[in-house]
Write a protein that binds this ligand. Structure first.
Ligand code: SF4
Length: 664
């Protein structure tokens, strides 16, 4: 599933056209033979009775599917696209189409090229993933991570701040290496995660209060003289206003908000400043899923800035999903300069939902994604999907969106049935096609070429074949000019020419080129100039719901794992973590059937009563049907800020306060 920055290597044994064995590749420098339970389940994709093998059409939603030819399906799609007009057509890709090209994002870039040349809406997949957290880090200026290898070899204190290992289990090997050297590991999270089990200590925090903790730690650095004044003078701007702003953000103030005792906040700040090198691994996505979550990333990025722990081995920010290292720049095929002017809906979740509901968008093409489970305020999204003239889902399996709203299903090839090329933070990998495409499954490039031909987009695919397409992306200085032919000759992998240390020359992608403790750019886009803590809105519902990951699921892959028997068996139904106190107050025993509800929606689940989560917080793995009927679809950033850093940070709030009751 490619939980970047890992991307495990597989050895696939094929006999007479059948896969006989899939094992971890011990020679893969990123994964060293490891495959998690998700990777081990991958062979269950092949020959799976639920797999989509043929284009399917139906006359009415909820009606029976019938098999169609590709020509019939594509002709219908193009006819509806033409009838709606290009600006009323939208494409939205998900992680599913990255399955064979994460890190290079070839299929996503190809879809963006198609959308730019045609002039339809294109929305970034990053709006449900790493981008909003990246926005917070990027306003301060710390976007480049140090690698997991650097963390294992050099960090002496590691703060796993909202960062779990369930998404990126390979990071665990490097944490273990750091521990063997005597490094101390601290987890900061809303519950005791898999990462907490690997840590020396766990700091449990109230959801949505991470910015308050970071501001109080910054306060301690300033009042106790723990600031690296030379570094701050040379490499940051805005220290005087930040220092003045921090006066009120005392540990006692933060203790009330976060639930963490003031003495512990002081101790954490002192240890962070007093340990060199110290690294912070910031969560990729879950911790930013609230209206104020991105403020935390912005404030956290000030900690290395004030202590001068930037651009050094073992310091800075650690491995983060979706982040790129210095020098990790691949080819650009998206043809943005050729996009015709038009009525563009920004990559802002709230605006996207509005465009579906209002009829501004009428034909929706979804690629490897389950929009209904991904977007916040799912009932409103469902309203918008119901109003579409045509919904097309291209995937390996049906998912909630496809079952309820698709008019056309297009069957996708899997990772062994097409040419693939991926990149981690440090290596580029080639995945040759080893199986014929089953049934009438087709690859993403094939599908987009067929659509482009029908639409008369002559220059959409200027390459002779998929090999030339891959070469156009990877034949760049960062890969030392890798090509498919060169990688094939080298056994399929090559180390990239990148720095294991983020911001090694202490330059930063901000308007000033320095770390910006105060950001004029933020002010110009309607945001506060300094990092702030914003209290969540009051709610009549008593429990704060958070969502995250388990080892058995990653994004919406394989109908959220339910299409693969071993993953479905391991994780068969929605389970809600709830504290013993909250469960007892509601008469809920462990394992009981429950309902979560608020004014927006409700869902059923089973209670997991555990002291690993504090009272007042409940938690569930993301993706379950109905979960996002409970979450807020309000915009987090002003539209003017969404693209301010060159990537789309238009995630909705996902805030959810709920109550939980026993069922029946
Ligand atoms: S899902 Fe598992 S096997 Fe696949 S890349 Fe991630 S850790 Fe590796």
């Amino acid at each position: 599933m490619n939980c970047h920055p890992t991307l495990c290597g597989m050895l696939v044994e094929v006999d007479d056209g059948q896969v006989t064995r899939v094992t971890g590749d011990p020679d893969n420098p990123d994964s060293r033979g490891f495959l998690c339970v998700r990777g081990q389940a991958a062979p269950e994709i092949l020959d799976n009775p639920r797999r989509l093998l043929y284009p399917m059409l139906r006359a009415t939603r909820g009606g029976r599917w019938r098999r169609a030819t590709w020509d019939e399906a594509l002709d219908l799609i193009v006819q509806r696209m033409r009838a709606a007009g290009r600006e009323a057509v939208a494409t939205w890709p998900g992680h599913g189409i990255f399955a064979n090209n994460y890190g290079t994002r070839i299929h996503s870039h190809l879809l963006r090229r198609f959308s730019n040349l045609y002039g339809c809406q294109w929305w970034s997949p990053a709006i449900i993933c790493w981008a909003l957290g990246g926005f917070g880090l990027g306003l301060t200026g710390l976007l480049e991570p140090n690698t997991k290898e650097d963390m294992g070899a050099n960090a002496n204190l590691i703060l796993l701040w909202g960062a779990n290992l369930a998404s990126q289990p390979n990071t665990g090997r490097h944490l273990a290496a750091a521990k063997r050297r005597g490094a101390r590991i601290v987890t900061i999270d809303v519950r005791e995660t898999e990462a907490a089990a690997q840590s020396d200590e766990t700091v449990l925090i109230r959801p949505g209060t991470d910015a308050a903790l970071a501001l109080a730690m910054l306060h301690v650095l300033v009042v106790e003289g723990l600031v690296d004044r030379d570094f701050v003078a040379r490499h940051t701007i805005g220290f005087p206003p930040l220092a003045a702003h921090l006066r009120a953000h005392t540990p006692a103030w933060a203790a009330e908000i976060t639930g963490i005792p003031a003495a512990r906040i002081v101790d954490l700040a002192r240890r962070y400043a007093g340990t060199r090198p110290a690294m912070i691994v910031v969560g990729g996505s879950s911790m930013h899923k609230a209206s104020n979550g991105w403020h935390a990333a912005r404030a956290i990025a000030c900690l290395p800035a004030l202590t001068g722990q930037v651009g050094i081995a073992g310091g800075g920010l650690g491995p983060r999903h979706g982040a790129s290292l210095r020098g990790q720049v691949l080819g650009n095929i998206v043809a943005l300069d050729r996009r015709p002017p038009g009525d563009d809906v920004p990559s802002q979740m709230t605006r996207i939902t509005e465009s579906l509901v209002s009829g501004r968008v009428r034909v929706l093409l979804l690629f490897g994604t389950d929009m209904l489970s991904s977007f916040a305020d799912a009932n409103r999204v469902a309203e918008g999907l119901a109003r579409q003239d045509l919904v097309v889902c291209y995937d390996l399996f049906e998912n909630d969106t496809a079952r309820r709203f698709a008019d056309v299903l297009l069957p996708s090839t899997s990772w062994l049935e097409e040419l693939g090329c991926k990149a981690t933070n440090t290596h580029v990998y080639l995945m040759p096609q080893v199986l014929p495409a089953p049934g009438e499954t087709r690859s993403m490039p094939w599908l987009l070429r067929a659509l482009a031909e029908r639409l008369g987009l002559d220059d959409f695919f200027p390459w002779r074949d998929d090999v030339e397409l891959v070469d156009a992306m990877i034949d760049v200085p960062a890969t030392r000019h890798a090509t498919v032919a060169a990688l094939t000759a080298e056994g399929g992998m090559r180390a990239m020419d990148v720095s294991h240390v983020g911001h090694p020359d202490l330059t930063f992608p901000t308007p000033s080129g320095k770390l910006e403790l105060f950001s004029e750019l933020a002010v110009s886009r309607g945001l506060p100039g300094l990092p702030v803590y914003e209290a969540p809105a009051d709610s009549p519902y008593p429990l704060t719901l958070r969502q995250g990951r388990t080892l058995t699921a990653f994004h919406g892959f394989y109908d959220h794992g339910q299409a693969l028997p071993s993953l479905a068996k391991a994780d068969p139904e929605p389970v809600l973590w709830i504290s013993p106190a909250d469960a007892a107050a509601r008469g809920i025993p462990d394992g009981a059937a429950i309902t979560l509800a608020n004014a927006r929606g409700e869902m059923r689940a089973r209670a997991y009563v555990t002291s690993r989560i504090p009272a007042g917080t409940v938690w569930m793995r993301d993706g379950w049907s109905g979960l996002n009927t409970l979450t807020s679809g309000d915009a987090v950033l002003p539209d003017a800020a969404v693209e301010a850093l060159g990537f789309s940070a238009g995630q909705a709030a996902f805030d959810a306060r709920v109550d939980v009751t026993p069922l029946g």
